[in-house]
Design a protein around this ligand. Structure first.
Ligand SMILES: [Zn+2]
Length: 272
């Protein structure tokens, strides 16, 4: 089919006999990306009183910034993806409290040892609709690294993720009005993935324990998955530390408890 035939074939039938002269003026555009010839498109006239609206009843280029509609859709999708990645990056940096944890706390950069392999595999294979995880062990064995990497992977999958230390969570929840406080609790209950990093500091007050308890209960009621907690205490030690075993027994009921043994790598690195 030659160009004239192609153009004629796309002209609305009523125009083909009404204004044959217009076909002589028709042209095509060439897409600068795929180099395909793209015919002009016919824009039907829209009457407004006795006149036609401007821009109607004429042949119009289909090109957008020099691209054909198909190539433009690809370009739009690419730009949307870049924009999403950019905002996700900013959100994760804010959530982790800096550029460094964002850059370094990935699964690919985790030093796997015999002692932490189980924790690594559980974190990397974490399923937000099925799993809850309590990672405990001394400081510096990589629990926060794993928690950040986990949060990042889940966020990249498009899930809603909150990553925060319990005192931050309590500051976000604490409001003057009971209604606002409940809304803040509900937010953490609804998050697909909630990561509480370093449990065991700052929750000693009855208020702190009560908020955590409400969030754990709410999440369990909603389906009971997507919760990740790190801490340096075993559940027994946590109960002693909080002087109360409601939190630790709730964690025992909800979570797979994974011990991450080892010496503090931050200390041993300084000692070298
Ligand atoms: Zn194209």
């Amino acid at each position: 089919m030659n160009i004239t035939q192609r153009l004629t074939s796309i002209i609305p039938p009523e125009r083909q006999d009404q204004s044959p002269e217009s076909t002589a003026q028709l042209g095509t555009d060439r897409c600068r990306r795929c180099h395909e010839e793209v015919p002009l498109e016919w824009v039907s006239p829209i009457a407004c009183g006795r006149r036609f609206l401007p821009g109607t009843g004429q042949w119009r280029s289909q090109m957008i910034d020099g691209r054909c509609p198909a190539c433009d859709a690809v370009e739009t999708e690419r730009r949307d993806r870049v924009r999403r990645e950019h905002f996700l990056r900013l959100r994760l940096i804010a959530m982790f409290g800096g550029e460094k944890p964002y850059r370094e706390f990935r699964f690919e950069r985790f030093d796997i040892t015999a002692g932490n392999r189980d924790a690594f595999l559980r974190a990397r294979g974490f399923h937000a609709l099925r799993d809850n995880l309590y990672l405990w062990g001394p400081c510096g064995v990589g629990k926060t690294h794993l928690a950040c990497a986990l949060a990042r992977l889940q966020a990249e999958k498009g899930l809603s993720v909150s990553f925060l230390k319990p005192p931050q969570l309590l500051r976000r929840v604490r409001r003057r009005e009971a209604v606002e406080e409940q809304q803040a609790i509900d937010h953490f209950v609804r998050e697909d993935v909630l990561v509480l990093d370093d449990l065991g500091i700052g929750q000693e007050t009855p208020y702190g324990r009560q908020i955590l308890q409400e969030i754990f209960d709410g999440r369990e009621y909603r389906g009971g998955a997507g919760l990740v907690i790190t801490g340096k205490y075993s559940l027994d030690a946590l109960a002693r530390k909080l002087n109360d075993d409601t939190i630790s027994s709730r964690i025992a009921g909800l979570c797979r408890v994974v011990h991450v043994p080892g010496e503090d790598r931050r200390v041993s690195r300084h000692a070298m």
